[in-house]
Each structure stands twice: as C-alpha cells, then as structure tokens.
Design a protein around this ligand. Sequence first.
Ligand code: NIG
Ligand code: FE
Length: 415
Amino acid sequence: MSSVLIHSLKGLVLGHPRRVSGKNMADLPQLGEGAFLLIEDGLIRKTGLQNERPERADLIIDGSDRFALPGWVDSHTHLVFAGSREAEFVDRINGLSYQEIASRGGGILNSAARLAEMSEEALLRDARIRLNEVIRSGTGAIEIKSGYGLSTESELKILRVIRQLKAESPIPIRATFLGAHSVPATYKANREGYIRLIEEEMLPAIAAEGLAEYMDVFCEKVAFSVAETQRLIEAGYKAGLKPKIHVNQFYSMGGIPMACSCNAISVDHLEVISNEDIEALQHSNTIATLLPSAPFFLNDPYPNARALLDAGLAVALATDYNPGSTPSGRMGFVLSLACLKMKMLPAEAINAATINGAAALEWEDELGSIHPGKRANILLTEKIPSLDYLPYRFGSDQLSEVLVGGKLFPLSQKG
Ligand code: NIG
Ligand code: FE
C-alpha cells in the first residue's frame, strides 16, 4: 500500500460529491486552516482537521499557506489534431470572419486536409505532448473528440490515437466521435452521402472496436441542421454512443430543445441562447457546458452564464482545446474568463470546472471532488492568500504540485 498525507493546508476544497446547479453553485464546501488529506493507493481515503490528522504516510507534504483542490475535469477538447492555423488567425485580424474562412474551405477542412497527411505515430506524438502539458496545468481528467478526419480512415486514425492515449496516460480519458464536424469537400454536393457514410461505415467500425463513448455533432448553419443532428444522434445511440453536442455557437436554431429531448449528456458552446433553450434545459438532465476561451479567441459574445445559473441549471466549464477556435488547453485561464467575462463567482467557476465537468463525462462517482473513494487527482496551489486569487491571477496556474492517482506528476517534464 502507498500513502500520501498533505497536512496543515490553508484550505481543502472538498467540493460536492455530485453535480451542483443554480444557486448551489456558489457554495463550495471546504475545510479551513490546518486541514489534511490522506491518499491511499491512488484514492482519497480521509480528510479532516489538524486534530484528527494521521501521523504516518509514505509521502508527507506540508501544505502550509496552500490550498488543495480536485483536479480540473476538462470535458470538451479536440486535442488530437495536425499542425496549427495561425494563418487564419492573421486572416481574422485582417477582417475575415471565422465563418467566412470556413465557407472558403479553411477552418475544419484545412485541419482535416493536414491530418490526412499525418501518420498515426506522428499524431500520437504531438497529442501526447499536448496532453502532458495540460496535466501539468492541472487537468486531472479529459474528454477528447475526433472530428478532423471526415473520412472513415482518418476518423478511425484519430480514435485509435485516443485509445493509445487512454492506455498510457495517467489521467482518465473519454473518447467522443465527431465525424459530423463538417461536410467534407468531396461530399459538398452530396450531404446525404456523407451522413450515410457516418451511419453505415464509421459508426459500425467504431462500435466494433469500442473506440468511443460519445457521439458529437456540430449543429450549426455552417455544419449540420437540427434534423440532421437528430438523425445522427439516433444513429449514435444505435452504435452505443450517447450524445454530447456542439450547439448554439453562432445561432439558436432549435438544437438545444432537440438535444435535450434526446437526453444529451451535455450541450456545449451556448454563446447564443434563447428562452426556449433555457426552458428545454430546465426540463432535462443535460449539462450546459461553456467554453469561454473560444469566444475569447474568436472575439464573439460570451455565453450568458448568469441567465443559466439564475434558471437553476448545472453549468460546466471546459477548454475546447483545438487548432481553430481555442489553441489552448489551460483550464486556469478558462476559470479566469468565466469570472471576468461571464460574471461567474470563483466558487461557481471551480464547481463548473470540477464536479460539473465530471458530470458532463458521467464520472461524478469517481472524480471532480475530494471525497473518500474518489480518485486522488489533486491540485496543490502555490502559497496564495485566498482561493479567489486563483482566477484573479489570470495566465498563471499557481500550482506547486499536481497529483494524479495519488502520485506527483513532474511539473518540469517536457513532452
Ligand atoms: O468547438 N465549433 C466547432 N468545432 C470547434 C472548432 C473547430 C475548428 O475551427 O477547428 C469548436 O470551436
Ligand atoms: Fe469544440
């Protein structure tokens, strides 16, 4: 048995055992000055105050002036991709819009063309570097989507890279199939043909190899209609994949009510939202996942987090790490944006980035808060004056240690 004791903490963020919603998101259960945390065999064993503190452990860490928190759960990323898109970044500075770039064959199609040229080994090498980088910045569990393949061969290539990352990474990973990210150029005049390719070729192959847990569709004017999205969600269910949907990034078209009626695990983006969308969410168990670094990077309006919270909904925060709209996987920066640009309180943002992210990956029982039996994926801050200091000091992770499965993850490691 191996054990770790972190003692004399300034604060220990326990968090909620399960998802939180609405006004309860402002409540963040903590133990104060002198708290300790005992980890055994990679799991949280015991928490308490100074007077109940165990004496022995294999590794003892002095937590004076520091806070311990659950690791971030990043429930929405596209971390497996080829190359980068800084030329489009400059095009946007020069006045082109993200949607104009996409309709000219740039954007997702640009990334798909590059990915087709790249070997599985090279993709894995780059993705592994990104994954290690985000673990060092505090991500303790992650979802990774395909979606830059847009052919059976390339979609499977991405999903196999994710399978390899799952096998070798110390943090847990969920895989999502996003073949319906865009209609590829070869099917431009034959959308029906591409949808049938997903239904008849991609999904059966993915199900046969057990390559994904979730099905995603980009439901948007530049991508798939609400009716097409619903059809694809149903096809996903038949292949054993539950829906998590990109929706309402640019337009509110009815995708949220449809996704809720299909019991989507989450609806993600929500930069644009209507009263009907909010009502549909209120009558569902679907998590509203916000990705504020995408509108930051695209200069778009931010999601109305306060309206969602006032409506009593469960909000999660994730990075959306991808080469087009968010070339960053830093959850710490997402928290700062949530506070600064969406008026979420630090406590709300921390709940959204931990337990509600876990709920958006159906991992509430294992991750997202510090309760006995959950995985010991833990963050230990630098010496900081208060928890609010974390999102306040934007751009700096303020972490002195990252523990994954109760083991210290090397913060200086490259690659
Ligand atoms: O979530 N909106 C759709 N997909 C990604 C970005 C895709 C890209 O531009 O490469 C997103 O923002
Ligand atoms: Fe995304």
